[in-house]
Design a protein around this ligand. Structure first.
Ligand SMILES: Cc1cc2nc3c(=O)[nH]c(=O)nc-3n(C[C@H](O)[C@H](O)[C@H](O)COP(=O)(O)OP(=O)(O)OC[C@H]3O[C@@H](n4cnc5c(N)ncnc54)[C@H](O)[C@@H]3O)c2cc1C
Length: 393
């Protein structure tokens, strides 16, 4: 689908800043609703590197009308159950495949596949367009953009900031943030180890958590709490540490040996206090950066986009009730992001190393909880069923 460069003097209906998953999806939804959209992206090509893999049932339902869900499902692994373990025993299981749900599973798929599917359904982005300032100007928004060293000013009736964390400064209003001391090592491996292809496994060991998630075509993503971040000992490089953590926490030597590349990340939660300033809206990681432990950041952004697009259409068509709807939207999205941030903090706490007695106590608490209705509540929470805009059928 074509999109022309929003040149100086043009007045577009909506300018979306940032062509990550949140920006691409809202641009596609607005386009589907017949709204004129310019999608501005500062990178010259698509992002590489592996980030989000988990997409949950409510986000799949939100993507479905656009046609993206079918395309994404073609390349995804279905996750129907989750298992909590120690190295030596299973503490309990939760199920995501409740009968009657439109999508009775979460999926794992590389973020690049999700972004490619979204780019096929929406307007083509204008690349190399670095938006450096955005301001409300009466009934319009002015955006200053630098392209190949040249500064251009464009105008739109509404701007949506979907820049991820790096463009958060474009949004006024302040934020609250919390940085955690925890570090994690991560690898995507092509072989599956011993675990079933439809099962996400969380191993809680004394030395910290090890997550093992299915990948398409039988691989696994492993994520381990790491005690030795920044160590100067060359014999304890990240690859050696991750292999050791996988073998020690799961006992799966084959899975450990198959790891050949590793990345690391620190975690923080950052939440904007407001997602709207007059005609400027913030969505996705620009509005709320959630620790990847728990895998909800991209899902939140997709639900922001799906729920904002029809309300912006009301605003642009001067429909009665548009302002009320937008107020409600902001409240619901702030609540949903706050809930996801709390869940991520709980996950981080639960996955830290423990003393011998602390580990024994944690195992008893988790095993007991998973035998009660708490297990069902946990499955719903991890599957984003408590998001205020989740269509949890
Ligand atoms: C290791 C890891 C694992 C993760 N796993 C999961 C998971 O399993 N499930 C999940 O839901 N989430 C996960 N996440 C989080 C997920 O990756 C993010 O929430 C998601 O990428 C946010 O999408 P976004 O579109 O809001 O922002 P981004 O993906 O950051 O995209 C923003 C875009 O805006 C562009 N941009 C920035 N500034 C400007 C500017 N000034 N002008 C123009 N363009 C600009 C950028 O170039 C970029 O293309 C994970 C994250 C990490 C790091």
């Amino acid at each position: 689908m074509s999109s022309t460069w929003p040149g100086e003097g043009d007045l577009r209906d909506v300018a979306v800043v940032g062509a990550g998953p949140s920006g691409q999806f809202i641009a596609a939804e607005l386009h589907r609703l017949g709204i004129d959209v310019a999608l501005l992206e500062r990178r010259s090509s698509s992002a590489h590197g592996s980030r989000a893999i988990g997409i949950h049932s409510p986000a799949l339902a939100a993507l479905e009308p656009s046609g993206a869900t079918d395309r994404i499902l073609e390349e995804a692994a279905r996750i129907r159950r989750g298992e909590a373990r120690t190295r030596t025993r299973t503490l309990g299981t939760v199920r995501f495949d409740h009968p009657g749900k439109r999508f009775p599973f979460s999926i794992a798929v590389p973020q690049s596949v999700t972004e490619a599917a979204l780019s096929e359904i929406g307007p083509v982005s204008t690349r190399d367009a670095d938006v450096v300032a955005v301001e409300n100007a009466g009934d319009t928004v002015r955006l200053s953009t630098v392209t190949a060293g040249r500064r251009t000013e464009i105008r739109a009736k509404v701007a949506v900031i979907a820049t991820g964390a790096s463009g958060r400064h474009l949004v006024a209003g302040g934020s609250k943030s919390r940085t955690y001391p925890d570090h994690f090592l991560m690898a995507d491996v092509p072989t599956g180890g011993r675990d079933s292809e439809d099962t996400a496994v969380i191993t809680l060991e004394r030395s910290g958590v090890l997550e093992s998630l299915p990948l398409p075509e039988g691989g696994r993503r492993v994520v381990a709490w790491d005690a030795e971040f920044g160590t100067a000992d060359p014999a304890r490089d990240p690859l050696t540490r991750l292999r050791a953590a996988v073998e020690q926490r799961t006992g799966d030597a084959e899975l450990a040996a198959s790891i050949d590349a590793v990345s690391s990340f620190r975690i923080r939660n950052v939440l904007l206090r407001r997602m709207r300033s007059s005609r400027i809206f913030a969505i996705g990681d620009a509005a709320h950066e959630i620790s990847p432990i728990g895998g909800q950041g991209m899902n939140l952004g997709l639900l922001d986009a799906a729920s904002l697009a029809p309300r912006l259409a009301l605003l642009l068509r001067d429909r009665a009730g548009a302002e009320l709807e937008l107020d409600r939207w902001e409240r619901r999205r702030l609540e949903s992001a706050g809930f996801a941030a709390k869940l991520a903090a709980l996950n981080t706490f639960a996955g830290r190393p423990r003393s011998r007695s602390g580990h024994a106590l944690r195992s008893i608490v988790v095993a007991s909880a998973l035998r009660t209705p708490v297990g069902g509540v946990a499955a719903r929470a991890y599957g984003m069923g408590f998001d205020r805009d989740a269509d949890f059928r």
